[in-house]
Design a binder for this molecule. Structure first.
Ligand code: HPA
Length: 272
């Protein structure tokens, strides 16, 4: 089935439940989902109910989409996402972004948990993504292009919006939240990186590495969205850190910084 047809069916389902017209979309990564509970006038839908939406299989990644308002903004928030390492296609892992576009979203805030490969970072740092490196060896725009959805050869210059980064940085300073700027490299996972891979990502110019976000940002750019990306550096990469990496450590760190993360997100949304 063509993606256009799937999207039309999903949209029909959502429109029957939601009359809000979201302009800002948010994807909440591992351990960062609680923000979705702070919305007003919220309508929360299990993503499994949406026709053609893939089922999340990972613990700590509840699949919900929450519509609601915050300040004078209308939001569409995905709590959790589906990942390439779960065995889903690039089309499936970026379906959230296509749905946001179809609902009218023009600005996207993507968030994730990531491993720091920049040795000056500490677990718990929040990093604004300035650029990304696609190391998935796949691209969600491979295959036939529908010009009505976006161009065949999208420009990836300024894939992360410089004005949004400045606004968010100013907010962080006001809130006394320590942040970093850096390059995010995306690796398919589900293995964490080897020591050699961590050194490779450092040499490539990455500051953090994770298993998501890249395909979503590509599809957001295809649709002409403005994008802000925030990584929560939940751990340092293998070989930098003395501790053994685990999913528990990732969610624990995300949990520790959730108040700062939520405050930063809320105030930034007000200003974009
Ligand atoms: N590597 C890849 N993905 C991650 C990491 C990591 O160290 N931490 C959280 N997500």
């Amino acid at each position: 089935m063509e993606i256009k047809v799937k999207l039309a069916e999903s949209l029909k389902f959502l429109r029957a439940k939601v009359s809000l017209k979201p302009t800002i979309g948010i994807v909440l990564g591992s351990g960062l989902g609680e923000f979705a509970e702070t919305l007003e006038n919220e309508i929360s839908i299990d993503t499994e109910e949406i026709p053609h939406y893939a089922k999340s299989t990972v613990e700590g990644h509840a699949g919900r989409v929450v519509f609601g308002t915050l300040h004078d903004k209308t939001l569409m928030v995905f709590k959790g996402r589906v990942h390439f390492y779960e065995g889903y296609s690039m089309e499936q892992v970026t379906y959230n972004i296509r749905l946001m576009g179809a609902m009218g979203v023009k600005s996207l805030i993507v968030t994730n948990a990531a491993g720091g490969v920049n040795i000056t970072f500490s677990p718990g740092d929040l990093m604004f993504i300035t650029s990304q490196i696609n190391h998935f060896f796949a691209n969600p725009l491979q295959g036939k292009n529908d010009e009505a959805m976006g161009p065949r050869f999208p420009d990836m210059e300024s894939e992360f919006d410089a004005e949004y980064i400045s606004i968010a940085e100013k907010v962080a300073t006001e809130l006394k939240i320590r942040t970093q700027r850096g390059v995010y490299a995306g690796n398919s996972g589900p293995t964490y990186e080897t020591r050699a891979e961590v050194r490779m990502f450092q040499k490539m110019g990455a500051d953090a590495v994770g298993m998501s976000t890249i395909p979503e940002v590509i599809v957001a750019k295809h649709q002409g969205m403005r994008v802000l990306g925030i990584s929560c550096v939940t751990n340092l990469g293998t070989g930098i850190s003395q501790t053994k990496l685990s999913h528990a450590e990732v969610t624990e760190t995300a949990n520790r910084v959730k108040n700062d993360f939520q405050a930063l997100l809320k105030e930034t949304i007000k200003q974009i």
